[in-house]
Design a protein around this ligand. Structure first.
Ligand SMILES: [Zn+2]
Length: 316
């Protein structure tokens, strides 16, 4: 059953009690985490064979005590110190500012509370405990994996984006992963990475490489049916709009829900700034028109990415 509890006092003790209830896994993304304050708790939890995976911001509170960090790493606690964007002088201007944790893929704790002495004693803080809330668990888990997938190379690419080479164009080049409504021979969903210009995506683009996105079994048959209906049969335009909408909805629902599982793997080897799915729509007897609906944007460049693009980038 889905359950919410809201807390303003006794936060550290409440948190530690929840952490100690973990049976399998704890994922923590907290900007400021005083490891000394929680070392004993983490040690006790680890002895119970619970995996602890932590991302913290790169700041003195979280990283100041190297000995504690080393002791925790030595007993198997995973700790990622998240580097952020820096300006050309090297000053960092972003923060990994979350304060959430996910326990056993069943409980989410989130609020203003940093895991520090000050927040635990003299500050006004809060957190909310969400139990068995599927949407919260999925979204926070996605966010956790996406932060873990941020590499130095990706930050460098954001800080020094590739510029469009077309004469007189001031755009930058971003990479879009496009899911196509068709399948590769080995049963994956066909997808392509397209490099497009933020100033003129209709003319300035190039296809980079093909990617096979694992198909969610439950989706494959439905997608195939939709695609064949859409492209190969003669259906009135009213019906086609309906079909098109339901195809888009299907992909959006299925892949947005699982975006951590397919996107995080791709981000390990590819620079992807957004992903979307290609939807055909056919009007009368003309060739089909296509558009790409964007389902995910890299937050560092999201203001330069539209919600949809009226093109197929010559992919069909
Ligand atoms: Zn351009």
């Amino acid at each position: 059953m889905c359950d919410v509890s809201i807390h303003f006092s006794n936060l550290k003790a409440t948190l530690i009690r929840e952490l100690k209830l973990a049976k399998n896994s704890i994922k923590i993304a907290v900007g400021y985490l005083d490891f000394e304050l929680f070392e004993k708790t983490f040690q006790e939890i680890n002895q119970e064979k619970v995996s602890i995976d932590i991302v913290v911001d790169n700041n003195a509170t979280s990283t100041g005590n190297k000995e504690v960090l080393d002791r925790l790493k030595a007993i198997g606690v995973k700790i990622k110190i998240q580097e952020m964007l820096a300006n050309d002088k090297g000053d960092v201007y972003g923060k990994m500012h979350h304060k959430f944790c996910i326990i056993d893929e069943a409980t989410v704790i989130t609020g203003s509370y940093n895991w520090t002495f000050t927040a635990s004693t003299v500050s006004f803080e809060n957190f909310i405990i969400l139990r068995n809330n599927r949407e919260a668990i999925t979204k926070f888990t996605n966010e956790f994996h996406l932060i873990k997938a941020i590499t130095q190379e990706r930050l460098k690419n954001i800080q020094e984006p590739e510029k469009c080479k077309e004469e007189g164009c001031n755009g930058i080049l971003l990479n879009m992963l496009v899911l196509l409504p068709k399948f590769t021979r080995d049963g994956n969903l066909d997808a392509r990475i397209v490099q497009f210009c933020t100033s003129n995506y209709e003319d300035h683009y190039s296809e980079k490489n093909a990617i096979a996105v694992p198909v969610l079994g439950e989706v494959q048959e439905k997608l195939e049916n939709q695609y064949h209906q859409l492209v190969e049969s003669q259906i009135s335009s009213d019906n086609l709009d309906l079909t098109n909408d339901s195809y888009a909805l299907l992909v959006e629902k299925a892949y947005s829900r699982y975006s951590n599982t397919f996107l995080v793997d791709i981000l390990k080897s590819e620079q992807v700034h957004c992903w979307g799915h290609l939807s055909p729509s056919i009007y009368g007897d003309d060739d089909p028109d296509y558009s790409i609906s964007i389902s995910w944007k890299d937050r560092f460049v999201e203001d330069q990415i539209d919600d949809s693009y009226a093109t197929c980038f010559d992919l069909v």
